[in-house]
Design a binder for this molecule. Structure first.
Ligand SMILES: Cc1cc2nc3c(=O)[nH]c(=O)nc-3n(C[C@H](O)[C@H](O)[C@H](O)COP(=O)(O)OP(=O)(O)OC[C@H]3O[C@@H](n4cnc5c(N)ncnc54)[C@H](O)[C@@H]3O)c2cc1C
Length: 465
């Protein structure tokens, strides 16, 4: 084997992008990810500018016998984008998006973030389902499902993934679609970053907006469970057309809230109606009349703006985080009471917890149609512990885990959202249960495309022996 230093120099000469190693000025910035708790030190960071760079970086890692982590948007809460003592393949310079308006398709490079996609597609009045925060990576979010504002009509991000180009562990480029390597496309629809470096995603586009109706009445937590019960009952009749979450948080000081609510625990009944905005306004108005409000951010607005509304709440690299989530069979009164009690006891004012609805197009996909698996969940409960100081790590992690455990009686057995994975410490047992009957097929496909488990910094699927 050629020694590391010689080989790294040669990679540096050959790459169109950059090679960064310990001691380089930008090493610390390049290894930083969204969760400030993560402090890992890769042996080499390959900041790629194109498919050729990615192939060279994978081959370098293989020759050096080093494991590989892949950085898309670096939002993974477990910090899977960055590894200790391995090669970090950083796609953050590969963010182009090309729209084919006539075919209603977008080709998206593997390091793009959702803002890139929305700003390329919305000028045509088109969009594909993404997430709720615009600097989240398209890659990580999509590869484990992708839950956003368009799910009622258009499902998860994976339901709109039509094709992809993947650099495999052998350094080959494999194109997959419904007709070419369909096993790989099936696995990418929920199976995570296990199968190689996705350098290009192709998504189906839909007519969206530009104006949509966004409802966000905010109630004080002291309003209790009744407004949430009424919101639940409203969604039972409207889940085909309204995507929503009840988000528990703390009212910030400043002009957004009347002073009497500053520092109070509140909940927002946030909804998007992706149809005629005037019709949506009338439909969602009753959600603003369920009790005395703390404030109300409801209004018609551009879809691209809705996609960036929540960005200031959770900026890149500022906070320490531990997030977990469970799918719920239904949303019982007892589960609502539990969510309220958990919101009240959150140790940090930065913490958010949410009840998300499903149904609609998301539910109309068969369990074996995508690696993601069963779509019978009606709801998801997520506990996003977010706090500023290291001294408070244990208390905040315990809050998230305790709340998650307490929700078990209301949850679908073993079903969790793999994009909210804690710190990944629960290992393959949890991953296996999350995929359910699809796990065995995923392990076979893993064995075909990555038999040596080179791509293992993810919700890992061990290749079938
Ligand atoms: C602030 C915030 C808001 C969020 N909001 C939502 C939301 O609304 N809906 C939702 O569904 N999820 C949401 N998430 C969760 C999010 O989907 C996951 O954190 C996801 O992993 C982020 O993807 P990324 O590309 O930014 O992450 P990264 O940390 O870069 O990567 C995550 C995983 O994907 C792999 N990966 C990355 N790029 C590639 C690639 N090109 N090819 C193959 N594998 C790759 C990585 O190896 C890693 O295992 C949110 C997370 C945060 C922090």
């Amino acid at each position: 084997m050629i020694d590391f230093d010689t080989s790294a120099k040669s990679l540096r000469r050959g790459l169109e992008g950059e090679v960064i190693i310990l001691g380089d000025d930008d090493y610390d910035a390049a290894r930083a990810v969204w969760n400030a708790m993560i402090d890992r030190r890769p042996k080499l960071i390959a900041r790629c500018r194109g498919v050729g760079d990615v192939i060279a970086a994978v081959k370098f890692a293989r020759k050096q016998g080093l494991p590989v982590s892949i950085r898309g948007g670096a939002h993974n809460v477990a910090g899977h984008a960055v590894c200790d003592d391995g090669v970090m393949i950083d796609l953050s310079l590969m963010r182009s998006v090309t729209v084919d308006q006539a075919a209603r398709r977008a080709d998206v490079e593997g390091g793009a973030i959702w803002r890139d996609v929305d700003s390329a597609t919305q000028p045509f009045g088109l969009a594909t389902p993404g997430g709720l925060i615009s600097d989240t990576g398209v890659a990580g979010l999509t590869l484990s499902g992708g839950i956003g504002w368009l799910r009622a009509q258009h499902g998860l991000s994976i339901d709109n993934l039509m094709a992809a180009d993947v650099v495999t562990a052998q350094g080959d480029v494999v194109h997959c679609s419904e007709t070419e390597n369909p096993d790989l496309l099936w696995a990418l629809r929920g199976g995570g970053g296990n199968f190689g470096v996705v350098v290009k995603f192709q998504f189906a586009l839909h007519e969206v907006g530009p104006e949509v109706m966004f409802a966000a009445p905010i109630y004080p937590l002291s309003a209790g469970a009744e407004p949430i019960r009424k919101w639940r009952d409203f969604l039972a009749a409207n889940s085909d057309r309204v995507a929503s979450l009840c988000e528990f948080s703390t009212a910030a000081e400043g002009e957004d809230f009347p002073e009497e609510f500053w520092g109070e625990r509140v909940y927002t009944l946030a909804c998007v109606y992706n149809g005629d905005a005037q019709e949506g306004e009338a439909l969602l108005q009753p959600l603003s009349e369920l009790a005395p409000l703390a404030t109300d951010f409801s209004g018609r607005m551009n879809y691209a703006d809705v996609q960036q509304l929540f960005d200031p709440l959770i900026p890149f690299g500022d906070y320490r985080c531990y997030w977990k989530a469970r799918y719920l069979s239904g949303l019982s009164d007892d589960m609502i009471d539990l969510a309220i009690s958990n919101a009240r006891s959150a140790p940090s004012d930065n913490t958010i917890s949410s009840l998300w609805n499903f149904g609609g197009a998301t539910a109309r996909v068969a369990t074996d149609a995508t690696a993601f698996g069963d779509r019978s969940m009606g709801w998801m409960y997520s506990l996003d512990a977010i706090w500023p100081n290291e001294a408070d790590d244990n208390q905040n992690i315990a809050w998230s885990r305790d709340g998650w455990n307490a929700a078990e009686p209301y949850a679908q057995e073993g079903r969790i959202y793999l994009n909210f994975p804690g710190h990944g410490e629960d290992g393959e047992d949890l991953t296996r249960k999350a995929f359910g009957p699809n796990f065995a097929r995923l392990a076979q496909i893993k064995a075909k495309y990555d038999p040596d488990n080179v791509f293992r910094f993810n919700q890992n699927i061990t290749p079938e022996a």
